[in-house]
Design a binder for this molecule. Structure first.
Ligand code: RFL
Ligand code: PHB
Length: 395
């Protein structure tokens, strides 16, 4: 097989890239390791930054999001024993978020791919990348039991944190930056009406988060120790613990019910540099991971793809490599900004095991300052909303 861009991974990054390249008249083939149903079964992100929302709308992919998603102005911080407060992004910046599940975005992207007859090969096994440092790279895999070779001009590694693309960059070139946090999030999805706002809670018992997918679907998380086992957390225990971490009036407003999904996610920050090697470009979780505290992971995948699609468009349209040459630096500026925001919110809101009294007081003082300072709230609002996408410097 032959195409212009071989895309490894059919998650949100890979499928959005395939869509954006198609709009620019660039052919691509997506190689996805799993079955479509498996890709759709992963319950993950839920909060879309204003820039992500605007991009999806501009691609004509916002109709269901606007119908079923929950537009909101920012987030609340509840803090044990003190008055809670709002980081009101809409008031400060005039921009709004939408709570809309990654599962739904994935469905919308798959439906759009189906309508344009996109080449998406599911259950592509043993994907391997070759000749990245030449102008004629290619990918090999097994598909339907047969060996397959895909010749291309470029390869986009959109295969998530555990994919093969990043590992194709020689260790002498790849720099890795990592921070592992000493706790995990236990998340549940339930068919119950959510609280009206997204509420992050800092409590001596640990962090908690109330979020949503739709007016009838709620998503909640608890900070738990790394060694936690799902079987030790029946629904009853989860709800009791969740309510114990929220102020009384919010706890009373939480509607409980049977969970329809329950999962554990350890928290970590990770960045791989550079995001380009020869004819390979990394995008999304393949290049970086953020702890979920800032709701940044999916949004970063979207901004990477925006920059990459624009760079490849420029290459094919103008024959100029100026944007593909600048891709890694430009994408990494936004990545590090979101990595820093997620790190900041993780430190601000979680209880770290074995923390010293000194560090605890510093955290409390940071919350006091944030609650009382409009300037601090504006700064956080700007970061929580996500930096605007950089314009094309040559346009
Ligand atoms: P994905 O979604 O992991 O997709 C990668 C795809 O590549 C396939 N693959 C391969 N294909 C071919 N060959 C191989 N060798 C392959 N290896 C892997 C995989 O099957 C998969 O289909 O990465 P992508 O597209 O970069 O998307 C990133 C997002 O999924 C991720 O950043 C977010 O889910 C993170 N995240 C959140 N992000 C937000 O922006 N807002 C949120 O509110 C938010 N909440 C979350 C989150 C992640 C969470 N977990 C479980 C880690 C909440 C949680 C709990
Ligand atoms: C979610 O709705 O899954 C969610 C919301 C906010 C976060 C992380 C996850 O920071």
């Amino acid at each position: 097989m032959k195409t212009q861009v071989a895309i490894i991974g059919g998650g949100p990054a890979g499928m959005l890239l395939s869509e954006m390249l198609d709009r620019a008249g660039i052919a691509s083939v997506v190689l996805e390791k799993h079955r479509a149903e498996h890709v759709l079964s992963r319950i993950r992100a839920g909060v879309l930054e204003p820039g992500t929302v605007e991009l999806l709308r501009s691609l004509g992919l916002g109709e269901r999001m606007d119908r079923e998603g929950h537009a909101h102005d920012g987030m609340k911080i509840a803090w044990a024993g003190r008055e809670n407060f709002m980081i009101d992004v809409h008031r400060h910046l005039g921009r709004r978020f939408v709570a809309y599940g990654q599962t739904q975005i994935q469905e919308d992207l798959m439906a759009a791919a189906g309508r344009r007859g996109a080449a998406v090969l599911y259950e592509a096994e043993d994907v391997a990348l070759h000749d990245l440092e030449t102008a004629h790279p290619f990918v090999t895999c097994r598909h339907g039991g047969e060996p397959l070779r895909l010749d291309c001009d470029f390869i986009a590694g959109c295969d998530g944190f555990h994919g093969v693309s990043r590992r194709a960059i020689p260790p002498a070139i790849l720099r890795e930056f990592e921070k592992v946090y000493p706790f995990a999030w236990l998340g549940i999805l339930s068919r119950t009406p959510p609280l009206p706002d997204i509420v992050y809670a800092n409590n001596p018992r640990g962090f908690a988060l109330a979020s949503m997918r739709s007016p009838t679907l709620s998503r909640y998380y608890l900070q738990v120790p790394l060694e936690t086992r799902l079987e030790d957390w029946p629904d009853e225990r989860f709800w009791t613990e969740l309510k114990a971490r929220y102020p009384r009036e919010m706890a009373d407003a939480i509607v409980t019910g049977a969970s329809i999904e329950k999962s554990l996610a350890p928290l970590r920050s990770y960045v791989a540099e550079p995001m380009r090697h020869g004819r390979l470009f990394l995008a999304g979780d393949a290049a970086h991971i953020v702890p979920p505290t800032g709701a940044k992971g999916l949004n970063l995948a979207v901004s990477d793809v925006f920059y990459l699609a624009r760079a490849l468009g420029c290459f094919y349209r103008e024959g100029s490599s100026r944007l593909i040459d600048g891709y890694s630096d430009m994408a990494l500026r936004r990545v590090w900004s979101s990595v820093r925001t997620s790190w900041y919110l993780t430190n601000l809101l979680h209880r770290f095991p074995g923390t010293s009294d000194f560090d605890q007081r510093v955290q409390e003082n940071e919350l006091t300052y944030l609650r009382g300072s409009g300037a601090a709230q504006l700064a956080l609002a700007e970061q929580y909303a996500g930096l605007p996408f950089e314009p094309d410097p040559g346009a």
